[in-house]
Design a protein. Structure first.
Ligand SMILES: [Zn+2]
Length: 110
């Protein structure tokens, strides 16, 4: 049996998994996710194969699970900020810029 280690959001009574915001950026992202193509009855679906970085750790080069003798260490991530729970990612300059952009979009939509 393997133990899977997940980071939790600190300061909450609820057990909330820390999910980082993965920002896609082909120009400067140190992270390159592996690409995998899966066939299905509608054709093929390609997963991954993108470059980017974590908003709170822009220099981190890997996001894949790390296997150690005491278990598997996960870096949970999403490219949708609405699903991110990491307080540092949500407080990043990129998150502020995203929120500002959404406010501007809301004004246009009214
Ligand atoms: Zn984060």
């Amino acid at each position: 049996m393997r133990v899977i280690h997940l980071k939790m959001v600190p300061g909450t009574n609820l057990k909330k998994v820390r999910i980082h915001w993965f920002i896609r950026d082909d120009t400067k992202g140190p992270v390159a996710t592996p690409s995998k193509e899966i066939g299905c009855n509608k054709g093929s679906i390609i997963f991954g194969g993108v470059r980017g970085y974590l908003a709170c750790q822009p220099r981190q080069e890997g996001v894949l699970p790390v296997v150690r003798p005491d278990g598997i260490y996960m870096t949970m991530r999403t490219d949708d900020i609405r699903a991110a729970t990491c307080p540092e990612c949500l407080a990043s300059d990129e998150a502020d810029a995203y929120r500002k952009k959404m406010e501007d979009t809301a004004e246009v939509a009214v």
